[in-house]
Design a protein around this ligand. Structure first.
Ligand code: 4AZ
Length: 697
């Protein structure tokens, strides 16, 4: 049988099995012959398919089928793919049958089928139906009936479909519905920390595999402590089929954990832990939180060395812990024979200390430096030089004195240094005592015009002799290795028209002796010290034609040995004034004739400079400012040939020491009336002397 179908402008296909496939977005479906009565024994099915994301909406504009109990004769049946949605017959609803009336039927999916059937008789000429369908968009976002099909975070509807998106920080899973997190890059390397499931305490993301790694150096072990609150989706019968937490620590594995029972404390015994948390695409659970701590391999207890300490003090030391060993004040750390302030050791991964504990040794200041012309005295025999021991310096008295004159001892301090309360770590010097002869003048031994000096009364006087021991000049000891003398004593004869002196004009160092401790002129004295010179320094302004700056310095090749007969004279702090008494000594000739047997000395007054200048001006000689004159108007007491360079001394009244006021230089004749001896003024040359000799007093 062929049915007559009306389908204006619509695509329709009649299959062999009287099935018509409809795929347009809307259309009209009528029973055969409509609006005339439909044929008997008909069966026709319209299968309506609309695109995905649409549903089919169907309603009847006209409906008139033969009514029958439970629509057993003629009917119109509406079905989805797997379900009968409605069966209609008659014209109006009864108790047992339904007619569509105003009802609009919407397919659950994008497919709907309508079947029309008539039995063998159409007695009352029922006219059938005229139905319309159209494709309608589905708002999938509004449909909350199936949670599993809903978007995890955001749902966006569009005509014919929908799509899901996720909150910031999430990724859409390949199921296009759930939101997962990228969480495999969590590395913890600190010695303690807190790890939680993502978004904790909010629900953890779905469809995610999160890996948390705790990595520490070998020698540490990691302990995990899960909070009591723990919530991971579980199943009452199957062990953690959905979401689970698994822990790997070295070769050990823990878990899977799920449900609400916290794993509590896990002492992993490993320095490397991996925590894997898997979630499936459903569920709404808060997850978990753990804090981890690390303990190191323990090292043996430490005991501080005798006289030392360990910092920090701990009841237990574990891997990586460091301890510094230092010593009490006055002791220092000694490790492998090396002294140090402190020593650090570290607890190693295998539970051993990186080094043995060093010892504390008492600080040793060592023997103090020797003092030239002095010595050190320790309070006890054995010269103890360790921490807090003491010693004192003293000088070879009475010929050397200590400068500065310290009275307190040196104490060995904690830093291994000898410290003096007065001068700290500085050393005193033993300075020759100057201008304090051990003997006093006897007024008895006077001889005509000169006085035989008391032996040792002028212990600073130096005798310059030729190699054959003939005395030719005098000088004065300053310090213990310099002689001040006259410049003219130290050079060979020069013609007056040869004003500039060169070093070749100096007498040879090997050609003379400097003898200290002398008393007798030509005979040997027990007290004499015969010394050689190693350097001659003439005053740079010395003028051999007029004896200006007739002063020179001679450095001895060895220091003089100071004793009662050999002792330096002091340098002047001022100069004597006219009429002041000075003493001049020497082995020079008496009245240009005879050498005396002993050292002679004279006591003469200083002469007014202007007077002296006038006296000499009259005989055509110049007395310059660097010269001074002394002697008697009546004559008689004077220096003479051979006395040159020798000392003119006077007593410092306050200090009670003798100082060098001048050196014998020149004169016209010796001891003549109305003439005076001329001396080089030492005070005027003081800076040059101090600078060249280093002698300062
Ligand atoms: C001399 O020839 C000399 N009366 C030294 C001093 C005096 C005279 C001569 C002073 O060394």
């Amino acid at each position: 049988m062929r049915s007559r179908l009306l389908f204006s402008a619509f695509l329709w296909i009649i299959s062999e099995a009287h099935v018509i496939l409809l795929t347009e977005m809307f259309g009209e479906i009528r029973t055969p012959n409509f609006p005339d009565s439909y044929p008997s024994e008909s069966e026709l099915t319209w299968n309506i398919t609309v695109p995905d994301g649409f549903r089919v909406r169907l309603y009847f504009m006209h409906f008139d089928l033969e009514p029958s109990y439970l629509c057993e004769y003629d009917y119109a049946k509406v079905e989805s793919e797997d379900q009968v949605l409605a069966t209609f017959c008659g014209k109006e609803n009864t108790d047992t049958e339904q007619a569509p009336g105003q009802q609009v039927i919407t397919s659950p999916g994008n497919f709907l089928s309508l079947t029309f059937r008539s039995d063998f008789s159409n007695e009352e000429r029922y006219t059938g139906f005229d139905a319309h369908y159209s494709a309608v968009d589905v708002d999938e976002c509004a449909d909350k009936s199936d949670e599993d099909l809903m978007c995890d975070h955001y749902c966006h509807n569009y005509i014919g479909g929908f799509y899901c998106s996720c909150r910031f920080g999430y990724l859409l899973h390949t199921d296009n519905r759930t939101c997962k997190v990228e969480c495999s890059d969590n590395l913890f390397t600190q010695r303690s920390g807190v790890i939680t499931s993502a978004d904790y305490p909010n629900s953890y993301p779905k469809s995610s595999d999160c890996l948390y790694r705790i990595e520490l150096e070998e020698g540490f072990v990691i302990n995990l402590q899960f909070d009591d609150v723990f919530d991971v989706e579980e199943h009452p019968d199957v062990s953690c089929p959905y979401d689970y937490l698994k822990i790997k620590a070295g070769k050990r594995e823990y878990g899977p954990y799920c449900g609400e029972k916290s794993p509590g404390r896990i002492e992993t015994g490993s320095n490397s832990v991996q925590i894997l948390f898997h979630s499936d695409n459903s569920g709404d659970n808060t997850g978990w939180r753990l804090s981890y701590t690390v303990t190191g391999t323990p090292c043996p207890d430490l005991r501080p060395p005798v006289n030392g300490k360990i910092e920090p003090i701990q009841s237990k030391y574990t891997f990586k812990d460091q301890a510094v060993i230092s010593c009490n004040p006055g002791y220092h750390v000694v490790k492998d024979n090396v002294e140090m302030e402190s020593f650090q050791i570290e607890c190693r991964k295998d539970g051993t200390w990186s080094n043995r504990i060093p010892t504390c040794q008492i600080v040793d200041c060592k023997m103090p430096k020797e003092l030239e012309n002095g010595f050190s005295t320790f309070p006890t025999a054995g010269n103890i030089t360790t921490y807090q021991s003491s010693f004192a310096y003293s000088c070879q008295e009475p010929f050397y004195e200590m400068v500065p004159n310290i009275t307190k001892p040196y104490i060995c301090n904690a830093r291994g240094m000898w410290i003096n309360e007065d001068i700290g770590t500085e050393l005193p010097v033993c300075q020759p005592v100057c201008g304090k002869p051990s003997f006093s003048r006897s007024k008895l031994a006077k001889i005509a015009r000169g006085t035989i000096a008391t032996r040792g009364i002028s212990p600073w006087i130096a005798m310059f002799t030729s190699e054959s021991r003939n005395p030719f000049c005098g000088g004065s000891l300053i310090g213990n290795k310099w002689i001040i003398t006259a410049a003219h004593c130290l050079h060979n004869e020069l013609s007056p028209d040869e004003p500039v002196l060169s070093s070749s004009d100096l007498i040879k160092l090997s050609s003379f002796y400097v003898i200290l401790g002398k008393h007798r002129t030509l005979k040997k004295d027990d007290s004499e010290q015969v010394l050689k010179a190693k350097r001659i320094i003439l005053h740079p302004d010395y003028n051999h034609t007029n004896f200006q700056h007739d002063i020179a310095l001679v450095e001895l090749s060895h220091a003089a040995f100071l004793n009662n007969y050999v002792m330096p004279i002091c340098l002047p702090e001022n100069q004597p004034q006219a009429e002041d008494h000075v003493i001049v000594s020497g082995w020079g000739k008496q009245f240009l004739t005879k050498l005396p047997d002993y050292l002679l000395e004279i006591d003469i007054p200083v002469v007014d400079h202007t007077l002296c200048k006038t006296v000499y001006k009259n005989v055509g000689k110049v007395v310059t400012e660097d010269m001074m004159c002394a002697g008697l108007k009546e004559g008689g007491k004077d220096a003479c040939s051979g006395d040159s360079g020798g000392p003119m001394v006077t007593l410092h009244y306050q200090k009670k020491h003798w100082y060098l006021a001048g050196t014998v230089s020149w004169g016209v004749g010796c001891g003549e009336k109305d003439s005076y001896g001329v001396y080089s003024n030492v005070y005027k040359h003081l800076d040059w002397i101090k600078k060249n000799t280093g002698v300062l007093y």
